[in-house]
Design a protein around this ligand. Structure first.
Ligand code: FAD
Length: 401
């Protein structure tokens, strides 16, 4: 009987193990995770869960029974410390487990500010794990002063929760605009206005010099010399793929753990999926940081372990919740040269990204219909004439004909 070992009990690891059983894999499956909680979803960590509107159990991806019923062994609360592809073994604590096939679904780790910048002071947090949220929950009390460093989705979501709970919130973004790395100026402008309307201060084009305080942060000093008093700080300046274990084992990296189109790494019988993995797309090693990617890629790897011999064709989508705005994103806007703005009903609006006449992506703010139509068009390789999209008289459904 064969043994599949999965390192990383997160979104991708859970999907991979479940899919193997759904595909009638009869061998042994072991999923090893360094966090104590059973596999859980992260998106609510900066949304409903941080807001206190969601119980921890509702984060869990599967019930406790699911794992036992499907004969999937979860080893939680302990990291894999070594991987030996030649011996086909991994080390967890004192135990050495031998595998037939191994999947690396180790996710990513948040970037931190260096100690010289005050990054290790008390009251300086990241938002990645349940433990991170448990550590900041008490700080989210009315009147407290929160400085968020980084105006990406996670930083902005934390800022929105802060304002909803009555905190004084300032977001400091080094780039000329929030969301610069991921969205068009039109989308940035929408969220800048949304936050301003809810009383969050957004400072763009402004770098942090260092965090001040003896042992606990008391203020954030900006490079222009100003000091923002802070009771606590959230650092949301991106993530890096968790590649240390793979690297130590001699597995090739390239923007994450490099895989081929089917999810194989450079080491025989070792696969990778999710945030940690990069896969070939249009001549580059692409890495996506989203739930949809983690699930789809992990399920594909499960199928390929079972001999499906299929390539990964990503269908990117993403979402973000801030105040009463639900943003849904379809496609990838990489290489866009033009955007079209389409007003929807009421406050709804969508931003359509094009390269020439080809539709690449849609950011839909409170506009599920625009998201759905855009997603279907993009996934089926079709486009919609920019002039028609921009014209509010165009019924979106007719674009799919
Ligand atoms: C706050 C937050 C909000 C988000 N919001 C959204 C959203 O709205 N929409 C969206 O699409 N995506 C969102 N994401 C991104 C999404 O959650 C990730 O892309 C997804 O979790 C990736 O899944 P993964 O399995 O690759 O990694 P993870 O879910 O991070 O799982 C990896 C696991 O492996 C463990 N691990 C690492 N190394 C080892 C080791 N050596 N031994 C054992 N275990 C190890 C890690 O600790 C972790 O538990 C959000 C992420 C965060 C943090």
């Amino acid at each position: 009987m064969s043994h599949v070992v999965v390192i990383g009990a997160g979104q991708a690891g859970a999907a991979l193990a479940a899919k193997l059983r759904a595909l009638k894999f009869e061998g042994e499956i072991t999923v090893i995770g360094d966090e104590p909680a059973p596999p859980y979803q992260r998106p609510p960590l900066s949304k409903a869960y941080l807001l206190g509107e969601m119980e921890e159990e509702r984060l869990w991806l599967r019930s406790a029974d699911f794992w036992a019923e499907n004969r999937i062994t979860l080893k939680l609360g302990q990291p894999v410390t070594a991987l030996d592809p030649a011996a086909r073994s991994v080390t967890v604590g004192d135990e050495v487990l031998v595998y037939d096939e191994l999947a690396l679904t180790t996710g990513s780790v948040p970037r931190r500010l260096p100690a010289e910048m005050g990054g290790t002071l008390g009251g300086v947090h990241t938002v990645r794990t349940l433990a991170d949220i448990d550590a900041i929950r008490a700080s989210f009390a009315p009147g407290r002063r929160l400085v968020v460093i980084g105006g990406g989705y996670i930083g902005l979501e934390a800022a929105a929760v802060g304002r909803k709970l009555g905190l004084e919130v300032t977001v400091v973004e080094m780039a000329p605009r929030i969301l610069q790395r991921v969205a068009a100026p039109e989308t940035s402008a929408y969220f800048r206005k949304l936050h301003a309307g809810h009383g969050a201060a957004i400072m763009e084009g402004m770098a942090v010099d260092r965090l001040l305080g003896e042992s606990h942060v008391t203020a954030v000093r900006l490079t222009d010399g100003r000091e923002l008093p802070a009771d606590f700080v959230i650092v949301g300046v991106g993530i890096v793929p968790a590649t240390a274990l793979a690297q130590a084992a001699g597995i090739a990296l390239d923007n994450g753990i490099r895989t081929d189109a089917q999810g194989r790494t450079s080491a025989p019988h070792v696969w990778a999926a999710g945030d940690c993995a990069s896969f070939p797309l249009n001549g580059v090693q692409m890495r996506l940081e989203s739930v949809g990617n983690a699930i789809d890629q992990a399920e594909l790897v499960a199928a390929n372990i079972m001999g499906a011999d299929r390539d990964y064709l990503p269908k990117p989508w993403f979402w973000s919740d801030q105040y009463d705005c639900k943003l849904q994103i379809a496609g990838l806007n990489l290489g866009y040269d033009r955007v079209v703005t389409r007003p929807g009903d009421g406050e709804a609006v969508s931003i359509w990204y094009y390269s020439g006449e080809r539709l690449l992506a849609v950011d839909a703010m409170n506009d599920p219909r625009a998201f759905m139509v855009g997603k279907r068009l993009i996934e089926s390789g079709r486009t919609a004439a920019p002039d028609l999209v921009a014209d509010v008289a165009t019924d979106l459904k007719t674009l799919m004909r």
